[in-house]
Design a binder for this molecule. Sequence first.
Ligand code: CMC
Length: 430
Amino acid sequence: MSATTGSFSIGDTTVTMPVKTGSIGPSVVDIGKLYASTGMFTYDPGFTSTASCESSITYIDGDEGVLLYRGYPIDQIAEQGDFLETAYLLLYGELPSPTQKKDFDYRITRHTMVHEQMARFFQGLRRDSHPMAVLCASVGALSAFYHDSTDISDPKQRMVASFRLIGKMPTLAAMAYKYSLGQPFIYPKNDLDYSSNFLRMCYAVPCEDYKISSVFARALDRIFILHADHEQNASTSTVRLAGSSGANPFACIAAGVACLWGPAHGGANEAALKMLMEIGTVENIPKFIARAKDKNDPFRLMGFGHRVYKNYDPRAKIMQRTCYEVLNELGIKDSPLLEVAMALEKIALSDEYFIEKKLYPNIDFYSGITLKAMGFPVSMFTVLFAVARTAGWIAQWKEMIEDPSQKIGRPRQLYVGAPKRDYVPISARA
Ligand code: CMC
């Protein structure tokens, strides 16, 4: 990273600040000393122009529709790699050698089982809870079960916590699903790969095993790869902020799960599928497009638009292909949902409003259809996203903890409340 300086004026004051340049992408003005030199803060709600950290994990060029994990294009990883290799890459910065890959797979697999008492923990939750509520609670509860990996100053404990989180997340996610169905939990099976194991834990029952489709396992693995990291998005920033106070990694990832739940973030695939079902037929599309464009209607086309991508989301293309593969495996030739999705995409992409605002389909547009076809209920979609994003959250958390310049995250504010005034006793109030 190289640094120069840049100057700008505020009133009569000229301020000179360092300008830092990364390996690719826009440079940043380092305003760390702005308050000291001007008595002013910057104001940027939603962080639209603010870089919160240095990171060498993921790079996005939103205008060009580029996504790189540690420099590798997402389409190459999704086509040629697998999810655990992706997790290794995100965590350690390089692709693993065959020996490193074997060792990593072995370690993660040996951390898939959860403490037996966790099963009783689940019973304290209502059966009809949303699986994301169950996941938030159970991930947070891990810190009560694994005290030997909560000391963040110990690199070995950090590593064990990372393996535990990546390994146990699918188990907890499958338990959340089984709990909602009232079916017994299925233990992980160590001779299966990560995605096949997850499918089995979701769909097998003790009286009947589940025949794992290699097309489904590959599709799920690809979904996990595509969702594994996305630089400083809301949930990742939440994990970093929680971690900046020194909170343990299980607590930080639980915070990330909570943030991911929102419909503007991880909940969008659930919202996108519900919207497609609500639209129902191609004839209804214009009505919904009109609503999306109406300033007085809060309705938005879910699965469209992105804070960073002002071009086609590169993950959406791979997701669309994966969607076809799954439907083909199931012998579904005419999916009404897919028909609506394709027509909606076409109409929106040629509509002036969407063109002008650079609103393109994002990954969630096709992931919902794919997951539904694979048998997952809508309420599980964000849970699957959380399983995948755990790899990125952990890599980002680790990078932050290992950064010597790391300090507690503490944004400032523009105060617009009442100025100082004297307290009035209740007896003197009208
Ligand atoms: N449908 C209709 N209009 C939209 C949409 C949409 N999906 N998205 C943005 N707009 C309009 C918005 O009304 C605004 O118009 P105006 O300038 O006239 O006020 C303009 O486009 C800019 O919107 P914004 O909310 O300021 O943009 P943002 O960068 O803050 O929002 C977003 C990004 C993803 C929250 C938003 O596009 C959205 O709500 N999309 C639908 C939800 C969705 O699909 N989310 C998944 C994101 S991808 C998953 C992930 O990476 O987490």
